[in-house]
Ligand binder design. Structure first.
Ligand code: NAP
Length: 311
């Protein structure tokens, strides 16, 4: 294609799904651009260790794994820019314009959206005010700051329990506050946490307020069965209550579900021809690195087929 900012494929988001799509598109000889808002790697960068990605029996850090994926995408010719996309526009019947903050415009015949999802906030009193001052959404980033301190983890899924196990390496006590009487996390993670002498679970309880003025000093919780409220001390509060999709820029774009995840068919095709989606941003995706990679490969294949037939 002629023109410096024209590509065959633009991939938005450089997590496992986007980077895998870039490997497949680049290796097929398509001029491919990846536009990433922050740093390449996505959510999994925050994982201290990834134990369930095949090929690494001893586990690999999220940082190392994503470094390898980026290097592989670069090897096959993918170009990268770090910009935030704000809009996709059907520029002509055959070109899509990708507009980013700062006024850049890139054009392509097809787009693959792989923008993933970010941690949800709880929306309780003190949470926003004390974020960065004891409230965190990333144990790998902030865990080492809590050596010999007491920390509280909110949530009961893989992220909460896995990160609670990690926090127990540093903290002197780790309390999980969970709203039910059963954890949702994989058994292997539950076992690891429940066997750790520094760990405890406070069952059937919801967080009401993060306490503290300059820094976190504790959490006010309420037992949902008895209605009893109590304060638990802690210098860190780590919140892992699920994910919200990064799809705000798609208001006029492909169809989303009620939560904002992109609806696709099994070929990763969205409601708009030439626009595909893969990974955590997709409705019903199993949120695992290996699945994001698989969907990235499928999106790239579908994109190739679309380009062969449409142009
Ligand atoms: P998740 O699986 O959706 O779990 C969210 C947890 O937060 C649930 O325990 C939920 O409680 C609780 N929760 C939700 N809203 C809440 C609220 N308002 N107040 C209190 N608690 C609330 O989310 P996740 O753990 O972030 O994981 C997201 C996805 O990534 C999952 O598919 C997970 O399997 C995957 N993941 C995988 C790994 C791994 O394979 N090692 C690691 C991390 C994440 P309930 O249980 O009562 O619903």
């Amino acid at each position: 294609m002629a023109g410096k900012k024209e590509y065959y494929v633009i991939i938005i988001g450089a997590g496992p799904a986007g980077l895998t799509a870039a490997i497949y598109c680049g290796r097929s000889g398509l001029r491919t651009l990846i536009v990433e808002k922050t740093v390449e790697g996505g959510q999994i960068l925050k994982a201290d260790i990834v134990e369930n990605y095949p090929g690494f029996p001893e586990g690999i850090s999220g940082f190392d794994l994503m470094g390898k994926m980026k290097a592989q995408a670069e090897k096959f010719g993918a170009e990268f820019v770090n910009e935030e996309v704000i809009k996709l526009i059907a520029h002509s019947s055959k070109l899509i314009a990708v507009n980013s903050i700062g006024g850049s415009k890139y054009f392509s015949k097809a787009v693959i959206i792989a923008t993933g999802a970010n941690p949800k906030e709880l929306g309780i009193k003190g949470e926003a005010e004390l974020t960065g001052r004891g409230v965190s959404y990333c144990a790998t980033c902030d865990g080492p700051l809590f050596k010999n301190k007491e920390v509280i983890v909110i949530g009961g899924g893989d992220a909460a329990v896995g990160e609670a196990v990690y926090l127990a390496r540093f903290a002197k006590k780790v309390s999980i506050v969970h709203r039910r009487d059963r954890l949702r996390a994989a058994e292997v993670l539950q076992d690891r946490f429940l066997k750790n002498e520094k760990g405890q679970v406070i069952w059937d309880s919801t967080a009401i307020e993060v306490l503290g003025t300059d820094r976190v000093s504790g959490l006010k919780i309420k037992n949902l069965k008895t209605g009893r409220e109590e304060m638990i001390p802690g210098q860190g509060v780590f919140i892992y209550v699920g994910l919200k999709p990064n799809s705000d820029f798609l208001k006029e774009g492909p169809k989303l579900d009620e939560k904002g995840f992109i609806i696709t068919n099994e070929d990763m095709q969205t409601s708009i021809p030439g626009i595909f989606a893969c990974g955590d941003i997709r409705k019903n995706a199993l949120k695992q690195v290996v699945v994001a990679c698989s969907e990235g490969a499928q999106a790239a294949f579908s994109c190739l087929r679309y380009l062969e037939n449409a142009h």
